[in-house]
Design a protein around this ligand. Structure first.
Ligand code: PMP
Length: 397
């Protein structure tokens, strides 16, 4: 059975981490993987998470299974974070949430549900997008198509062509949006643009679905959910995959959620029961530890404030690095205008570096970015900025 198999290509992003780790150059810089790093190049456990863990470990009484849809207190806290504490939507019964193993797990359950339980056969994703979107949806059996999103000449959202493409998509298809901090471009629609996109969804009748992996990394928790909230108010149906990997730094605990909105409580209850059948057949029920941490923090006002402070610190550091990167590139003599990088949201930037420039940076300078030119701004520090910018300017010359 196995003899005829050829080796699969290494994951374009995770594969790079192995090459980086094997690189013996001491001045190497890693801007490839999507992980937050602090000024010391570390990804520490948040203080609020450590506190929650200590509290929970002391009181934990059982390792018995969670329900198929996970921890109820986690799911309700997820809904409040998505839609706002006092959102009237939460009183309607139209919203159902299932805990999932990370944002990826939520996307996979979303994909299985669409492919096996609804009439959706095709999903549209932005060009470019996080490469795993393609893999997750295709593996679940959906056809994946792309809509245009990014203008490489202006380094902006290509809104006219985006709307043109979305207007051609018909009812029965699903369309995926990044809720905020678009990965890899760092460019999100404005409030007015989200409204215009929502109008096209309503007119054409395609199903909007969201991937929200960076809530709190863009502007703040509420503004980053604007698109999701606007769609939740104006669309009859919606699916949202949330991830707590970045904003709680809980990467390896695999904490995420899948949220469904339907026209009314009855339809939502039935549809959600189908989502549960997908979970049952996939991993039966989710792991408990990470979700308990998130639920404990979000449901305790003091702990929640502590978390928001730590999240703000991460966001502000990235923002400072964006500005310093633009300034240092200029100081080192870059002839190109990189000011667009300071305007982008989240950890990522589409730098505009070509694949051959990316390879030269890696081979000659020990600077690792993804082949597409995506850089993780969180990999920059006060210490490595000068060398980084000098190297980039040399490669661009
Ligand atoms: N969606 C996007 C856009 C992402 O960037 C990521 C993480 N790189 C995920 C989903 C998956 O997150 P998780 O680690 O929670 O599975």
């Amino acid at each position: 059975m196995f003899e005829g198999l050829t080796a699969a290509a290494a994951d374009p992003i995770l594969g790079l981490a192995d090459i980086y780790n094997a690189d013996e150059r001491t001045h190497k810089i890693n801007l490839s993987v999507g992980i937050y790093k602090d000024e010391n190049m570390l990804t520490p456990i948040l203080n609020c998470v450590k506190k929650a863990e200590t509290f929970l470990l002391e009181r934990e009484q059982t390792k018995s299974y969670l329900p198929i849809d996970g921890l109820a207190t986690f799911n309700s806290a997820t809904q409040k974070l998505l839609f706002g504490e006092d959102s009237p939507l939460l009183q309607t019964g139209r919203v159902k949430t299932a805990q999932a193993p990370g944002g990826t797990g939520a996307l996979r359950i979303m994909a299985d549900f669409l492919a096996r339980r609804t009439k959706v056969r095709r999903i549209w994703v932005s060009n470019p997008t996080w490469p795993n979107h393609q893999s997750v949806f295709q593996t679940a059996g959906l056809e994946v198509r792309e809509y245009r999103y990014y203008n490489p000449h202006t380094h902006e959202l290509d809104f006219a062509t985006l709307l043109e493409d979305l207007s051609q998509i018909s009812a029965g298809d699903a369309v995926l949006f990044h809720g905020c901090c678009h990965n890899p471009t760092g460019i999100d629609p404005t409030a007015e643009q989200w409204q215009a996109i929502s109008d096209v969804a309503a007119k054409n009748g395609w199903l909007p679905v969201f991937d929200l992996a960076y809530q709190g990394f863009g502007k703040n928790l509420d503004d980053d959910a604007f698109g999701v909230r606007f769609f939740a108010e104006h669309q009859p149906e919606l699916l949202i995959a949330s991830s707590y990997s970045k904003n709680f730094g809980l990467y390896n605990e695999r904490v995420g959620a899948l949220t469904l909105i339907a026209q009314n409580d009855d339809i939502a209850t039935k549809a959600f029961s189908q989502i549960k059948t997908m979970i049952r057949a996939n991993y039966s029920n989710p792991p408990s530890h990470g979700a308990k941490i998130v639920a404990y923090i979000l449901n305790d006002p003091e702990m929640k404030n502590e978390w928001i402070d730590e999240l703000t610190t991460m966001r502000q550091r990235i923002h400072r690095m964006r500005q310093l990167f633009v300034k240092t590139l200029q100081e080192k003599g870059a002839r190109q205008d990189f000011s667009f990088i300071a305007k982008q949201n989240g950890m990522f930037s589409f730098s505009g570096l070509t694949e051959s420039q990316v390879l030269t940076l890696r081979d000659d300078y020990g600077i690792y970015t993804v082949n597409s030119g995506r850089i993780n701004v969180a990999g920059m520090t006060l210490d490595n900025m000068s060398l980084l910018c000098e190297s980039i300017v040399k490669v661009l010359a």
